[in-house]
Design a protein around this ligand. Structure first.
Ligand code: NAD
Length: 257
C-alpha cells in the first residue's frame, strides 16, 4: 500500500499512539505533519528524524488542541491534508461529584471539540482534491463506560457520534470518516504506570499486566501503536473506500464482553 503523494496531519503525535500512527503513515510514503501543544527543539527534531528514516516530508506544527482557533490554524498552516487523524487526548479520573469542572471542559475540548474544528477546517480541501480520509481515535470507552472517567467516556462516545455524522455528510464523495477504538495500548504513558502498580499490588510485572491492567481486555495482551498505525493505513487503502461511519475496535475482545 503506497500513500506516496498524500499528506497526513496527526494531532497529538509527539508521543504514544499518535507517533505510532505517524510512523506507519510515513512508512507507507505519506508526507506527515506532527503536532502537539509544545514547541520544543526535540519536537522539530522528531519530525526531521522521521523524514530521514522514511524519506518523506515531515514537519512539526505547534497547536493547542484545547483551542478551536489553534485546531483550525493547524490545518491552515499545513496547507490542508488528504488524511486527518484526530488523536490528541487526555484523561482524568475522579468520581462525578468531585470531577473538577475545568478538567471536564478541557477533556471535552481536546478529546472531542478538536475533532470538530480540525474536520471542519480540513473537509473543504479534501472536497477540492477529490479524496480524503478522516480517522478519529476514539477508545473502547467510546463504546462502553468505566466509573470515574465521566468526561473521557462522554467525549469518546461523542467522537463516535461525530464520526457517523461526518460520514453521512461525505457519503457521496470519495471521502470516508471512521473511528478506531483501542483498548489498552502499550504507550510510554502506560509503561510508566507498571512499576507503580507492581508496588501497590506487590505483584511481578507479568501478573500486574495480566491480572490488574488488562483485567477488562480478554486477550490479556496490550494492543500496540504499530497495530493502530497499520489500521489507519488500511483505512486509507482502496479496500476501505466503502468503510465509512463505523468503528473498528482494537481491544483484544473488550467490547465483546
Ligand atoms: P499520550 O499521552 O502518549 O499521547 C497524547 C498526545 O496528545 C501527546 O502527543 C500529547 O502531547 C498530545 N496532546 C495532549 N494535549 C494536547 C493539546 N492540548 N494539544 C495538542 N496535543 C495534545 O497518550 P496515548 O495513549 O498515545 O493516547 C493517544 C490517543 O489514543 C488519545 O486520544 C487517547 O484517548 C487514545 N487512546 C489511548 C489508549 C491507551 O491505552 N493508551 C486507549 C484508547 C484510546
Amino acid at each position: 500500500m503506497s500513500l506516496a503523494g498524500k499528506s497526513a496531519i496527526i494531532t497529538g503525535s509527539n508521543s504514544g499512539i499518535g507517533l505510532g500512527i505517524a510512523r506507519e503513515l510515513a512508512r507507507a510514503g505519506a508526507n506527515i505533519v506532527l503536532n502537539s501543544f509544545s514547541d520544543a527543539p526535540e519536537d522539530h527534531a522528531l519530525a526531521a528524524s522521521l523524514a530521514d528514516e522514511f524519506n518523506v516530508d515531515a514537519r512539526y506544527i505547534q497547536a493547542d488542541m484545547s483551542r478551536g482557533e489553534d485546531c483550525r490554524a493547524l490545518i491552515r498552516k499545513a496547507g490542508g491534508c488528504d488524511v486527518l487523524v484526530n488523536n490528541a487526548g487526555i484523561q482524568h479520573v475522579a468520581p462525578i461529584e468531585r470531577f473538577p469542572a475545568d478538567m471536564w471542559d478541557r477533556i471535552i475540548a481536546i478529546n472531542l471539540g478538536s475533532c470538530f474544528h480540525t474536520t471542519a477546517a480540513a473537509l473543504p480541501g479534501m472536497r477540492e482534491s477529490g479524496w480524503g480520509r478522516v480517522i478519529n481515535i476514539s477508545s473502547a470507552h467510546g463504546l462502553t463506560a468505566s466509573p470515574f472517567k465521566s468526561a473521557y467516556v462522554a467525549a469518546k462516545h461523542g467522537v463516535v457520534g461525530l464520526t457517523k455524522t461526518t460520514a453521512l455528510e461525505t457519503a457521496q464523495e470519495p471521502i470516508t470518516c471512521n473511528a478506531i477504538c483501542p483498548g489498552y495500548v502499550l504507550t510510554p504513558l502506560v509503561e510508566a504506570q507498571i512499576p507503580e502498580q507492581m508496588k501497590t499490588h506487590g505483584l511481578d510485572r507479568e501478573t500486574v499486566i495480566r491480572e490488574v491492567m488488562l483485567e477488562r481486555q480478554p486477550s490479556r495482551e496490550f494492543a500496540t501503536t504499530e497495530q493502530i498505525g497499520e489500521t489507519v493505513v488500511f483505512l486509507c487503502s482502496p479496500a476501505a473506500q466503502q468503510i465509512t461511519g463505523t468503528t473498528i475496535s482494537i481491544d483484544g475482545g473488550w467490547t465483546a464482553l
